[in-house]
Design a protein around this ligand. Structure first.
Ligand SMILES: [Fe+2]
Ligand SMILES: [Fe+2]
Length: 506
């Protein structure tokens, strides 16, 4: 098996190491220099504002075009455009101040912008059929599923303003524009609430039904407040309910297209990756059972810790499932998959480090080939950051015995530190799981002390692996406590089984 593994790796890891110590001191083996997966381009505040401003300008242009075409007075047009711009400014301020991670993601900003423009273009077309035939819920559902619920709630502001303006332009009826704006705003918020429980395909349709009922009731109440007779707007209510349901169905149908186009990891897509039918997970179970077991434990630790600090627990869980998938290149290189013999006893520390270090970049490359979401690949490609493989570095130093300098870079992972909460949580969960497992104890005091030691080491200046992550001290403390609680739960006491022979059970 080991020979096979070595052969397989030769294809992946170029032959570099021999016993020539001098050579190693001058030039690092190529496998160590494998590049980590490229990061997403981060937007600075100026670019985010520019994308939003362009969206607002395009939406306003459509509004002006439609209103001037339907013979509206210039004052009405100016008022409508200003109202729409105010809504966009509010949305922009919210993103910049409260959701910086969304505002700094080019994919997410372009996706939000595309959804807003599509709906702004569709609204006058559909509403010319009936005032209740309004599509904004489509964008709200899409943004809630693929970006964030909070962003979707605020994104409904410019959309409901536009719908109200178009309702006014189509009907000129006193309370209709207000009723439709309120109906759309309420239905959007209710849809997001309903979706926050669960984000599967069926729950998206259920959320759109709840949104339809809420929208219809709000619309009817505002019309009642305006003294309108039920008969005059009952048809609008039917259209409004129907359009909400249609938006739910369209969201389910169009989501895979937008997910692929913008490479955004929605909850539905992440949930699919947790299925044991995934070929990579199946391979882990069959070829590297020890790694599979380790990954499941890391997922439990990471999931609970992410929930404790308000990070994306599902993203951490999925990343944990696949974080060591690169070990499939050579399962027996890793302690958790070894039975009896340890192949590293026969390898020199340089070669051992080369083979182990490769699993980080190999895993990211395998996930990229399997078309995994970029957020998952980025976390997996950094799960050891640029840390030093201390065990083999120390072995190499002992082997050198002070006769020559050991090049530390040969024992360092060729990547960068995690820069998201999710990535940092996965790194800590991975290190803590491995460290606690190596202790072979269930004593919680010893386990707590080990967790504290590992996290302190990752934070302090010797390792500094948490320095690029946005985790605060308070959050790191909560993560530490969460790990202790999870280990405590995992190490539950077992009832000792009686000897069946003794009690003579048939
Ligand atoms: Fe790893
Ligand atoms: Fe791991």
């Amino acid at each position: 098996m080991e020979n096979d593994c070595l052969k397989k790796n030769d294809a992946v890891l170029p032959e570099t190491a021999d016993d020539d110590v001098e050579k190693r001191k001058k030039k690092p083996p190529k496998a160590h220099r494998k590049k980590h997966i490229k990061d997403e381009k981060k937007l600075n505040a100026g670019w985010s504002i520019a994308i939003l401003a362009l969206t607002a300008v395009l939406s306003s242009t459509g509004l002006v075009f439609f209103m001037s075409g339907s013979g509206q007075h210039v004052v009405s047009i100016v008022g409508a455009v200003m109202a729409l711009l105010m809504a966009f400014v509010t949305f922009g301020c919210y993103l910049m101040l409260r959701h910086r991670e969304v505002a700094s993601s080019m994919r997410k900003m372009l996706f939000i912008s595309a959804m807003l423009i599509i709906i702004e273009v569709l609204t006058p077309v559909t509403m010319s059929v009936n005032i209740g035939f309004a599509p904004p819920l489509l964008a709200v559902l899409m943004i809630a599923i693929m970006v964030s619920e909070e962003t979707a709630m605020v994104a409904c502001l410019p959309l409901s303003v536009t719908a109200g303006v178009y309702a006014n332009a189509v009907y000129w009826a006193g309370t209709d524009p207000l009723a439709i704006s309120v109906g759309i705003a309420v239905s959007s918020v209710m849809a997001v609430f309903a979706l926050s429980m669960r984000k599967t395909r069926s729950s998206t349709v259920i959320a759109s039904s709840i949104a339809g009922i809420a929208g219809v009731l709000s619309y009817a109440f505002v019309m009642m407040a305006g003294g309108e007779i039920f008969n005059t707007y009952v048809l609008n209510l039917v259209w409004l309910m129907g359009s909400c349901l249609l938006c739910g169905i369209l969201t389910v149908g169009l989501m895979p297209i937008f997910e692929a186009a913008f490479d955004i990891a929605s909850e539905a897509r992440l949930n699919e990756l947790l299925n044991n039918d995934n070929p990579l997970l199946k391979r882990l179970i069959n070829e590297a059972p020890g790694t599979y077991h380790h990954s499941m434990l890391v997922a439990s630790l990471g999931d609970a810790a992410a929930q404790a600090v308000g990070a994306n627990a599902l993203l951490v869980r999925v990343s944990a499932f696949y974080h060591d998938v690169g070990k499939l290149r050579c399962p027996s290189c890793f302690k958790e998959n070894q039975k009896g013999t340890n192949m590293h006893d026969e390898l020199d520390p340089y070669e051992s480090a080369k083979r182990i270090i490769a699993h980080q970049a190999d895993g990211a490359a395998m996930l990229e080939k399997a078309k995994f979401p970029r957020d998952v690949i980025r976390i997996v490609g950094r799960h050891h950051g640029d840390s030093v493989m201390v065990y083999f570095y120390d072995k190499a130093k002992k082997q050198a015995g002070g006769e020559y300098e050991v090049d530390e870079s040969l024992f360092r992972y060729p990547s960068v530190k995690p820069n998201t909460k999710e990535g940092a949580i996965l790194m800590l969960a991975d290190c803590c799981e491995a460290a606690v497992r190596s202790m072979n104890t269930t004593d919680m005091t010893e386990i707590s002390n080990k967790i504290k030691e590992v996290i302190t080491h990752k934070w302090d200046k010797r390792d500094s692996m948490l320095w690029d992550s946005p985790l605060t001290f308070a959050e790191i403390k909560r993560i530490e406590k969460s790990f202790c609680d999870t280990f405590d739960a995992l190490n539950h006491e077992r009832v000792e089984y009686p000897d069946l022979e003794e009690i003579n059970v048939r």
